[in-house]
Design a protein around this ligand. Sequence first.
Ligand SMILES: Cc1cc2nc3c(=O)[nH]c(=O)nc-3n(C[C@H](O)[C@H](O)[C@H](O)COP(=O)(O)OP(=O)(O)OC[C@H]3O[C@@H](n4cnc5c(N)ncnc54)[C@H](O)[C@@H]3O)c2cc1C
Length: 365
Amino acid sequence: MSRNTELLIVGGGPAGLSAAIAAGELGAKVLLVDDNAQLGGQLIKQTHRFFGSSAREAGIRGITLADEMRKRVSKNKENVKVLYETSVVGFYGEGEAGILSSETFERVGYERVVVCTGAVENSLNFENNDLPGIYGAGAVQTLMNVHGIRPGKRVLMIGSGNIGLIVSYQLLQAGVEVAAVVEASPSIGGYLVHASKIRRMGVPINTSHTILRAIGKNEVEGAVLCRLDDKYQPVPNTESEIRCDCICLAVGLSPLIDLFQQGKCRMVFVSELGGLVPIHDTNMQTTNKRIFVAGDASGIEEATTAILGGQIAGAKAVESLKGPSAESQKIINDATTELKNLRSGTTGEKIRWGRERLVKEIEIC
Ligand SMILES: Cc1cc2nc3c(=O)[nH]c(=O)nc-3n(C[C@H](O)[C@H](O)[C@H](O)COP(=O)(O)OP(=O)(O)OC[C@H]3O[C@@H](n4cnc5c(N)ncnc54)[C@H](O)[C@@H]3O)c2cc1C
C-alpha cells in the first residue's frame, strides 16, 4: 500500500500539533502520524498547571492544552489527516517514509517532513537497576495520570529537576508516600517553588546524594543511598538504607533522533540541549533540506518552546514548497520573537549556549 502527502509530520505532541495547525491553516496537505491512541504527546499525562511563559500556557494544565490543540487540528479535516497508533519506522531514500500500524505497513511519499518525535528518558547505572518496581518518571506519570494506577505505596524519587519534583507532587496527590528525593548535585535542579511545595508536605530532598543499589530479590524493597563529594564520588561510610517499593528515575531526557540519522541529517552533541541533536537553523531546517525538526527532538526544553518551534517548522516547511505569504511570515516572525523572549534571562542561559553552539555548527556546514 502507499499514499502521498505534501507534508508529513511525525509525532503529535505539542510540537507536531502546532506544526500541523500552522501548515494546515496555510493550505498544505498534511499527514500527522502518532504512535499513541490520542494526540498530545507528553501533555496528556500532565495534570499540573504549566510553568513557562505567563503570556501563553503558564497556569493551564497540560491535558487542557492538548484538548485545545486537538480541537484546532480536527477543525481543519480538509487539510490535516491524522493517523493514530501508527509509527513512522523509517525513511527510505528521498521523500519516502515507511509507516506501520498494527496490521499494515505503508509507504508514504512526501515533499517535506517535520520530525517531532520528542525525547526518551535517561536511565541510571546502579546495582539491581532491573528489578520490577523501577520506573522512569514518564512511565509513573502514564500509569497514574492516564490509567489511574498507583505505581507503589512508598516511592523513592531520583532526581530533583522539575520533572522529579512535579512527579513527586503528583504522587503525593495520588495518595502515594514519597520517601525522599535524591539529587547528585549540591543544589536542587528544578524551580524552588516546586521544591518548597513537596518539602512543605514532609518530603526530604537529599542533595549531594545518590543511589548505590536497589534492595530486593523479586521486586524493590528498598535502596542503599550514599553521600557524594564535590567530585561526585561516594563518600566512604555514608551508606544508609531507605525503605520503598518503587524507585522512580527522573534523571533527564535525550532527544529521540533515529529518524534524523536515517534521513542522513548531520548531527552534533550539545550537552545543553540534552545530547545528540540534528544540526538545524533558526527556521528548524536540518542539513537535509526536506527534513525539519521541532520540539524536544531539536533539544530538550519545554512545551511552550515546542509549540513555538512547531509553528516555525510547519510554516517554513510550507514556505519551502509554496513560497512565503503574509500569513506564513506573520506566524514565523511572531513565534521567533516569542522564542527569543522565552529564552532570555537567567533561566534561558543554558539553552542559549546550546543554541549558539548550533549556529556555529551551521556556519561550518
Ligand atoms: C513530568 C513532566 C512535566 C513537564 N512539565 C512541563 C511544564 O510544566 N511546562 C512545560 O512547558 N513543559 C513541561 N514538560 C516538558 C514538555 O512536556 C515537553 O517539552 C514537550 O511535551 C515536548 O513536546 P514534543 O512535541 O517535542 O514531544 P512529546 O510531547 O514527547 O511528543 C512526541 C510524540 O511523538 C510520538 N512519536 C515518537 N516517535 C514516533 C514515531 N516514530 N512515529 C510516530 N509517533 C512518534 C510520541 O509517542 C509522542 O506522542 C514536562 C515534561 C515532563 C516529562
